[in-house]
Design a binder for this molecule. Sequence first.
Ligand code: PHE
Length: 463
Amino acid sequence: MANRGGFTSRIGFIAAAAGSAVGLGNIWGFPYEVGSGGGAAFVFIYLAFCFILCFPVMATEIAIGRKTQLNPVGAFTALGYKKWRWVGKLGILAGVLILSFYNVIAGWAFGYIFEMAAGNFGVAEKFGDYTSQVFKVGGYGLVFMATTAYVVSKGISGGIEKIAKLLMPTLILMIIGLVVYGLTLPNSMDGIKFYLVPDFTKINGSTIYNAMGQAFFSLSLGMGALITYGSYVSKKENIVTAAAWVTVVDVSIAFLAGLMIFPLIGFMSGGTMEGAGGGPGLIFVTLAQIFGAIGGSWGVIVGTGFFVLLCFAALTSTVSLLEVPVAYVVDEMKIQRKKAVWLVAAVIFIVGIPSLLGNGYSAFFTNFITYIGADQPTDFLSFVAAVANDTLLPLGGCMIAFFAAHVWKTQNLDEELAIGAPNFKGSFVQKYLNFAIMYLAPVVLGVMFILTVLSTFFGINII
Ligand code: PHE
């Protein structure tokens, strides 16, 4: 087999995998889900899902990757189950779709760096106008995709690992800086209360299921991103501890993102927390208005810093999203890595164009589809996100867990996990992982897949 390259150290792998996990999902998605989902109660359920359900799935994905040293499609063949290749293909499709719209949002965030730096906070009030300037924001998107492709073209250790080791610590320091700053503002404590004191009466079916979806997306599970990264991990590494680290880092950064944003909303709302439920506009509209209200050079510094941070987080994720189809093309079609990278990136950018146009520029893509039972049309970007994040990821996760436990078998999974982990066999962690992968993950993810499809696309709400 050709030399595929690999991570050079344990910390390098953890940084890269945590970089994949930490992204728009943590800093843009998590706070708005918390805001709309009633605050602390959502946080609590999210945490439970991450550790109880997602962590075992993550260890499983990494183990499949390391065992086979291949992309998600090739991995199933290498284990001897060619019939399961479709699960890998579904993962590649999910990766392509996610990156296609994710890059559009990353492009908006990238453009915001310049708006904030120029003190143009008014962009927040006219966010719809901003996203409909497709040549401008599309240009930012193009630069973002090219940067992603450049990093991926440098390979695993020289590109992906290197950038993650540089950006992850920077990102953490920047978030901590912004948290500290936010806490000095008046009424910040009302934000903390909203965020951390749970009101369990606010929990309903959709809170639970949004928390689950958020956890799964945020940990980059269900599409083989971690099978792919796992395929570059050395046999010396302890997969279980690495997966635990990645989960802890991802959750901590989401948590810090909340600590950064809610005090700012507390400040802006004079303590009423009005605006916390702003939905997807929370960052681009509400938060940018807050930076404007802070004003002066602090407004510029904090606003610019925030969007730089958001772009760093997004970049280590787009890199992992691109690596999945690239690994597939390189391993299975034997195309040279550099060529594969630029080709795949170009295709995905093109696939993302309707998502770019569907935010005000083109009426057709803006009102793309009206789901059964819905009274408002959904735009193209949200539609693709619903198909990929809410449908393909839980389905993929369910299938990967089912495959590992019942087709490949837990004994084989345990063998792989035990390499580099001398105390794994016979431990409580082993027993728990086996249980989670055999029963919990396939059932919970399968149910979640069915409920989401019914609720999102057909308007049938069972819970
Ligand atoms: N986890 C990333 C985020 O939170 C998104 C992602 C999903 C990346 C799936 C890779 C695979 O932004």
